[in-house]
Design a protein around this ligand. Sequence first.
Ligand code: ZN
Length: 319
Amino acid sequence: MQPSKNYVIKKTFSFKIILFTSLSILTVLSFYNNAFAFDVKQAPAVKPEIAQIQPKAVAVNINATPLSMTLKKPTVQQGQYFEVDIIGAEKNPLVWFNSESFLAFQVGDKAYKALIPVENLTKPGNYVILARTGGWEEKIPVKVLDNRKPIQYIYLDPDKSSLEATNKEINEISSALRLKTEEKYAQGKFSYPSTAVKSSPFGVKRSYNKGPIDSYHKGLDFAGKMGSPVFAPADGKVALTGLEKDGFQVHGNTILIDHGHALSSIYLHLSKIDVKKGDMVTKGQKIGEVGHTGISTGPHLHWGTYLYGTSVDPELFVK
Ligand SMILES: [Zn+2]
């Protein structure tokens, strides 16, 4: 029996379907296999790249955060400081005030701070604080007020008043005051370095032995008794000790503490020094004793605080 033409067609058709289906399955399997191979073999090479790209995209968004400067107070008195905060900076910005520049210190992620000193003899009036980093700069108008400190007439023993500071004490103190330590040792408010009563405030204009009023009191005095304890008012590192017998003939026996971020404190006229250069001191630690060394009218502690080497009122750090 001859197969009918219909049967041949059907059979051919069935064969074509089987062939097509087989090829399709092979194609799908092949594709799946490739896809599988791609996932398994290529994935480790590709996925880390993707993982690396994503944080970069996030970093770009952070970079887009605008830089900005804020001042805690736009008006301060002579002998005080401007507290400047800058956020969004990639590196330490420079801050200008009254033709001087000051390096701001990092206090957080892209956050910087600078305490800009206003010298006690700065002419009262309007000024500008300018901050700059990279291509960015910002200016804020500020005002300096007269602190109206009284004038003090001081009479010194002729033997002592004839003494002049030696190059040794001038050079050693001025270089220690220029330290700009990135590490901030002092945290929070200061305590007083003496429990004695205060005898002379910071900033009082001075005339020595009826001379001209061309200086001022660069610290806060305590009428401590001879040998009474002197304490570190905050954590820090001893940057200098000097002895009257080694040339500190005006300052007397001296300790200078670096508190970090361009803030330092000085202790003069001591009778005894308990620390040495390089020592780390902690708030409340006894560092020496009150004395009458150097140019001094009697036993007392002279306590000075400095920002970037400029004398500012110690009371600002205690309050
Ligand atoms: Zn003093």
